[in-house]
Design a binder for this molecule. Structure first.
Ligand code: OTU
Length: 611
């Protein structure tokens, strides 16, 4: 007999799934089978994980505390194998890391596989990296060190050598129903009118001809990544069960890859559609019932106004992803680095929408992908400016163009000189670490790296360190990676992690992410939830490269994105408050002096009366 809780779950699930699939003749049978399969997996959850479920139910915001610091790495690039990652746990702990996002490590397509984002088998670990037993051993050691684990759940597509794709190619009609196939160009041509290309240079268009099936296959990304057809309920149930099986191995956080793309409809951009949100809420509903210690993180590299929708609307009782990347914040911080002007950054911060009490942004400086500039389009177009004209000098700056540029990056998918797509490069290379020491532009490279991280550690969200940034590692340059860069420019920021790559002690001290993590953990004002209020522009002028905000009741964060020494009159912003520097404990005068490319986290002893 169903207990009230499972009855409630069934009702919630029905409410979410009926609008998507209720019109299908076999809907009820499908749902009953799916429900039974969820129950089996729920029953298989281990006692240790059930304890984890209960502990987290008692502390529902566990994932967004001030001590939460993420680290994102490729298993092979960071440590060779899953066992190698295990051996690097002390390094992670020393860096203050409390959650580890390992980029895709499940069995991937043979040959090109988009760094593992073309999954062949969700039930197996990529043999080069280890086994399921190695994964379980790693998870158990991470948990023992109070580090949560985040993995990618690639929902939008599978590799063209996944069992479903192989069966489809062999003519199996059931398997063909898992994909979006077209006998001719009629519909593909219609869709192409409104759907953009993610990789316009290396994989233009969204469809690939398959000879064996004599069909066009929907392939948003690379031709070997076949989009799943979520109009088929079996695709949803299979992927939801895949998620639960991984959760039962102890996964704490799922990074839902490419969330905007799941649902497709004619005459739309096929991005961020209402059905996509409905599907994600259904995934959440299943997870919350059967593996509640686990949270969802949306990877939607879209403007903030669209990214926030992936949390679900709390006013309507919607629950979607707990976490979402704030990629507009990331891109606008880089714009501030290039321009020594914080206008875009300030605009993005001011326009960052409010979210529900249990949601948190993921704040980050770099990741394994390019910096996608289009996330700033709304801010630019609202000023009546042309996006490409406005962004071109910034993208050029990161490609090292211009006398003032200190960056050693590269443009991504932008061979058209009039269009701006993305920029590649490791943080260290983009902030000037590759220049030779006597070059004056090299001097502040460590300060710029720390400045960017200080912003992301204090903005309000869960900060993420990208592999190698903690040691200021520069772009990949070994011959093997060079060959990969030729195929896909994003490998520039996927070097083989190398401790001690910078022998320069002063440089390492300058990076100092550990100090940031410690100061953050000690101040709950810097967690994901405390209120953020921007300091008026009259006090922190954007044209001077200044940017400042209050957090919570006693913290003021100030950033100088410029080559010049700047001062900020604290008496103007918070009269009668005595501040101390949260990192050095030094008492601060009423005139705060900031050296070039520096920041200050200030803490008052009494609550701040904001002006
Ligand atoms: C994601 O990326 C992954 O992070 C990429 O590494 C994969 O190539 C891709 O999915 C396919 O699995 O679609 O909404 O501009 O930002 O491809 C986000 C490049 C994505 C990435 C984009 C991205």
């Amino acid at each position: 007999m169903a207990t009230p809780i499972t009855a409630m779950f069934s009702t919630s699930l029905q409410i979410l799934l009926f609008p998507l699939y209720g019109h299908l003749p076999a809907y009820s049978q499908w749902l009953a089978k799916f429900r039974a399969e969820i129950d089996v997996l729920h029953a298989q959850r281990s006692p240790a994980l059930r304890t984890r479920d209960a502990n987290r139910a008692a502390d529902p915001q566990w994932y967004a505390r001030a001590n939460m610091i993420g680290y994102c790495a490729y298993t092979d690039r960071f440590a060779g194998t899953l066992d190698g990652v295990r051996a690097r746990i002390p390094h992670l702990s020393e860096s203050g890391v409390t959650y580890l996002h390992l980029l895709p490590f499940l069995k991937a397509r043979a040959g090109e596989n988009d760094g593992g984002f073309a999954v062949t088998d969700f039930e197996q670990v990529e043999p080069r990296l280890g086994t399921i037993a190695d994964l379980e051993a790693l998870i158990s050691d991470l948990h023992a060190s109070n580090i949560s684990i985040c993995v990618d759940l690639v929902l939008n597509h599978v590799a063209d050598d996944h069992a479903w794709a192989l069966q489809a190619k062999a003519g199996d009609a059931h398997a063909q129903g898992f994909f979006r196939l077209f006998p001719d160009r009629l519909l593909p041509d219609q869709f192409e009118k409104t759907v953009a290309s993610v990789f316009p240079e290396t994989a233009p268009g969204n469809f690939t001809w398959n000879k064996a099936m004599q069909r066009w296959v929907w392939t948003t990304f690379n031709p070997y990544q076949w989009d799943l057809n979520y109009e088929n309920p079996e695709v949803f149930s299979e992927m939801a069960l895949t998620m639960l099986r991984l959760a039962n191995r102890g996964i704490d956080i799922f990074r839902l890859d490419s969330t905007p793309f799941l649902w497709k409809a004619l005459n739309t951009t096929c991005l961020n559609l209402p059905q996509t949100h409905q599907l994600l809420q259904a995934f959440r509903c299943v997870l919350e019932h059967a593996a509640p210690a686990t949270v969802l993180k949306s990877e939607a590299i879209v403007p903030a106004a669209q990214a926030v929708v992936y949390f679900g609307d709390p006013a309507r009782g919607e629950k979607e992803c707990h976490l979402a990347y704030h990629s507009a914040l990331m891109a606008s911080a880089w714009a501030a680095i290039a321009e020594q002007d914080t206008s875009l950054l300030r605009m993005v911060a001011a326009q960052t929408p409010a979210h529900g009490a249990d949601n948190a942004w993921v704040t980050y400086v770099r990741c394994h992908d390019d910096i996608v500039w289009s996330v700033l389009r709304p801010q630019i177009e609202a000023q009546g400016l042309d996006f490409n004209v406005r962004m071109k000098p910034i993208a050029d700056f990161f490609a090292g163009i211009g006398l003032l540029s200190f960056a050693q990056g590269a443009p991504f998918q932008s061979s058209d000189p009039d269009r701006v797509h993305g920029s590649n490069g490791m943080t260290a290379s983009l902030v000037g670490f590759e220049l030779a020491s006597p070059d004056p532009r090299r001097r502040y490279a460590p300060d710029r790296l720390q400045l960017l991280y200080a912003l992301m550690f204090s903005f309000g969200g869960i900060p993420l360190i990208y592999m190698g940034d903690e040691i200021a590692q520069t772009n990949a340059c070994d011959p093997a990676t060079q060959a990969l860069i030729t195929e896909d420019g994003r490998w520039l920021q996927r070097p083989l992690w190398q401790a001690g790559v910078r022998a320069d002690a002063a440089t390492l001290a300058g990076v100092g992410l550990r100090a940031l993590a410690q100061a953050r953990a000690a101040n709950s004002d810097l967690d994901a939830f405390a209120l953020r209020t921007l300091v008026p522009e009259a006090i922190a002028p954007c044209a001077d490269g200044l940017f400042a905000f209050y957090r919570g009741t006693k913290t003021l964060c100030v950033f100088n994105f410029s080559d010049h020494e700047r001062t900020l009159d604290l008496a103007k912003t918070a009269p009668q408050v005595r501040f101390k520097n949260a990192l050095t404990d030094a008492i601060v005068d009423s005139t705060l002096m900031l050296t070039p490319w520096s920041f200050a986290w200030l803490q008052s002893t009494t609550p701040i009366q904001k002006k």
